[in-house]
Design a protein around this ligand. Structure first.
Ligand code: MG
Length: 297
């Protein structure tokens, strides 16, 4: 069993936002709302539900307000939405959501390519949204914290400097956006930055080991996506997000309670395969049923 610095961890399913945004399929708002409902019913206590971006830029995320309106809210389930600019914040503020997600990348080149901003401008944008957010719970995700498709390896010291002003004001999540990290790097950077969360990709099959390492480093929030939904935009044939059901199986087996029912989550992954008409990446929903170890042993 792993030794944890924290007692309670939160698995955040990012499938409805980060997952679907990186898939070729465009699902109707009511189907996306149903996905959120199914995830909540499986026991997920935090779900990244929507992104407030322009419909013409990201058609997969069109109709965020309709998605939110279509969700059956449950007590104790926190729904978050991604905001990239002031207009996005206005839309977020008008929606009944619980947590705002703000993101920027750790490198100059990635911000320029992906957000049309310099690193300094991207950080400034994040600062501005956080200021507008006031008391609203906020998460700042620093993408490419371990590697960048344009700049290669990222200096941990640079990430530590970027994270420092945000760690006191918001929950900071370090994202391994292109899935290049290995456990010791994840453990060390989480410790060094005191980041509260880790967003792992399984592009090179290190995603699950990295999640455990993040917990050992002191993180308490792990992002994952049901079925491993969401490809890797920079490696079209490679897998993207860590699959939530596989992560839950691993954590529960290691004595880390998640509150998530893995069987129900497998059901969600199978439903989603039907919706998308193709197999998803995760392993657990393809495997023969096997009891997850939960409770006292
Ligand atoms: Mg991702």
């Amino acid at each position: 069993m792993i030794t944890l610095a924290t007692v309670e961890i939160c698995v955040c399913d990012v499938g409805p936002r980060d997952g679907l945004q990186n898939e070729p399929d465009v699902l109707a708002p009511e189907t996306r709302a149903e996905l959120v409902d199914r995830l909540a019913a499986a026991g997920l206590r935090r779900i990244e539900a929507v992104s407030f971006v322009r419909d013409d830029r990201v058609p997969q995320m069109a109709g965020a307000e309709e998605v939110v309106a279509g969700v059956s809210r449950r007590e104790g389930v926190e729904l978050s939405g991604l905001v990239l600019n002031e207009r996005g914040w206005e839309r977020f503020a008008a929606a009944p959501l619980d947590r705002v997600n703000v993101t920027f990348a750790a490198t100059e080149a990635f911000n320029l390519q992906n957000g049309n901003a310099t690193l300094a401008e991207a950080v400034e944008r994040a600062e501005a949204i956080l200021s507008a957010a006031g008391e609203t719970p906020a998460t700042v995700t620093i993408s490419c914290s371990f590697g960048c498709p344009f700049e290669g390896r990222v200096d941990p010291g640079a990430v530590a400097e970027l994270a420092a002003p945000f760690v006191r004001r918001a929950e900071v999540v370090l994202a391994d956006t292109i899935g290049v990290a290995t456990p010791s790097a994840v453990r060390a950077l989480v410790q060094r930055t005191r980041a509260q969360g880790f967003h792992g990709h399984n592009t090179r099959n290190t995603g699950y080991a990295n999640c455990l390492a993040a917990l050992e480093g002191g993180a308490s929030v792990l992002d994952a996506s049901v079925g491993g939904l969401g490809g890797c935009p920079f490696s079209p044939r490679a897998t993207g997000n860590v699959a939530t059901e596989d992560l839950v199986y691993l954590l529960e087996g290691e004595g880390v309670p998640t509150g998530v029912d893995p069987d129900a989550l497998v059901g969600v992954a199978q439903w989603l395969e039907g919706v998308l008409g193709r197999p998803l990446e995760g392993y657990l929903h393809r495997a023969a049923p096997w009891p997850t170890r939960t409770g006292p042993t």
